[in-house]
Design a protein around this ligand. Structure first.
Ligand SMILES: NC(=O)c1ccc[n+]([C@@H]2O[C@H](COP(=O)([O-])OP(=O)(O)OC[C@H]3O[C@@H](n4cnc5c(N)ncnc54)[C@H](OP(=O)(O)O)[C@@H]3O)[C@@H](O)[C@H]2O)c1
Length: 307
């Protein structure tokens, strides 16, 4: 099968012929229609995650997938040949930028029927991250105030919609070029992070969802109420700051979760949430697609069409 692989750390991905993956008993084989790009991919390809994720090279890239089940492992329950599914692959089953991918049945959900495979492929990693940050770690409730940084990105575009659907008041930072997009997604207050200090514009939040880190994370402590929460997917807070301000702080890495992905799929099917797809590249142009995504050009997701 054709697949996008990383041959050596520091290289761009290349498209080659490789064998189909092995199918473990707890997994299903998916004929991949689309995959999607995430920042973790280029962080891994640059060699920055070698200790935490010691992948053997050559390594087939890609965590996000949408496609059709063609084979079911003997212990894989609740899924059938012909089902249209999407997933964030388990870390050891990465390799979705390929014609076939083996995926744990518990990581899969049925793909919403009202969106394309390219749109669906952009949802799992970003959507599960937003879901786990807002609800599992952030405990977001109806009527609360939340600041979501980077609202125009893959995670942010879904986080804004999940928070609005939960009945929260939502402020978001992004570039002015993306103001119309984030306002269309429902934000109550937009802040252009390039020209305004968000801590001067937004106050008394119950929750801040940070995906920028550094100075943005530190300044977020000026926006959250005592007793509130800051969740970061990008870094640790300066030592002692959370205790000093009387707020809870959580930094975490998202996990695949087929049940939560099914909840997200229901919101998409019901029309409450709409995936934001910037562009789709053919597999042969995968290196160019990564250059574009890493440049910060896209609003929302970049997908790779496999078939
Ligand atoms: N820990 C985890 O499990 C986990 C999971 C997913 C993602 N992440 C991390 O979270 C980050 C976001 O992921 P993503 O997939 O959403 O990335 P993305 O699609 O590339 O979006 C990045 C966004 O960041 C915005 N941005 C850049 N600098 C900013 C600033 N100073 N203030 C506010 N917004 C800023 C950009 O907005 P404009 O284009 O409008 O300027 C862009 O839309 C990445 O660093 C990724 O590695 C971590």
């Amino acid at each position: 099968m054709r697949a996008a692989i990383l041959r050596e750390y520091g290289n761009e991905p290349e498209v080659v012929e490789i064998d189909r993956p092995h199918l473990p008993n707890d997994s299903v084989m998916v004929e991949v229609h689309a995959a999607a790009i995430n920042p973790i991919d280029w962080i891994i390809m640059a060699g920055h995650m070698q200790q935490m994720l010691p992948y053997a090279l050559p390594w087939t890239i890609g965590y996000d997938v949408s496609g059709v089940v063609v084979e079911v492992g003997s212990d894989a329950a609740g899924i059938a040949v012909g089902d249209e599914v999407f997933a964030r692959a388990d870390g050891m089953q990465a390799g979705t930028m390929a014609e076939f991918a083996a995926l744990k049945a518990t990581d899969l959900a049925i793909k919403p029927g009202n969106i394309t495979h390219a749109e669906a492929a952009g949802v799992p990693l970003a959507g599960l991250t937003a879901w786990q940050a807002l609800f599992d770690k952030g405990g977001l409730k109806e009527g609360q105030r939340v600041l979501i940084h980077a609202g125009s990105g893959g995670v942010g575009t879904l986080a804004i919609q999940f928070a609005k659907n939960a009945g929260a008041w939502v402020a978001s930072t992004a570039s002015v070029a993306n103001q119309d997009l984030v306002e269309r997604l429902g934000v109550d207050q937009f802040v252009d992070y390039k020209t305004e200090r968000f801590e001067d514009a937004v106050e008394a939040c119950d929750l801040v969802f940070d995906m920028v880190g550094g100075d943005t994370l530190e300044r977020s402590f000026d926006v959250v109420k005592p007793g509130g929460t800051i969740v970061s997917i990008k870094g640790e807070a300066p030592e002692g700051l959370a205790a000093e301000r009387g707020v809870s702080f959580h930094a975490f890495f998202m996990q695949p979760n087929g049940d939560q992905l099914s909840d997200i799929a229901s919101l998409i099917t019901g029309g409450a949430v709409e995936p934001v797809l910037d562009s789709t590249y053919p597999l042969d142009d995968v290196a160019e697609a990564y250059r574009f995504a890493e440049s910060g050009g896209p609003s929302g997701k970049v997908a790779i069409a496999i078939r």
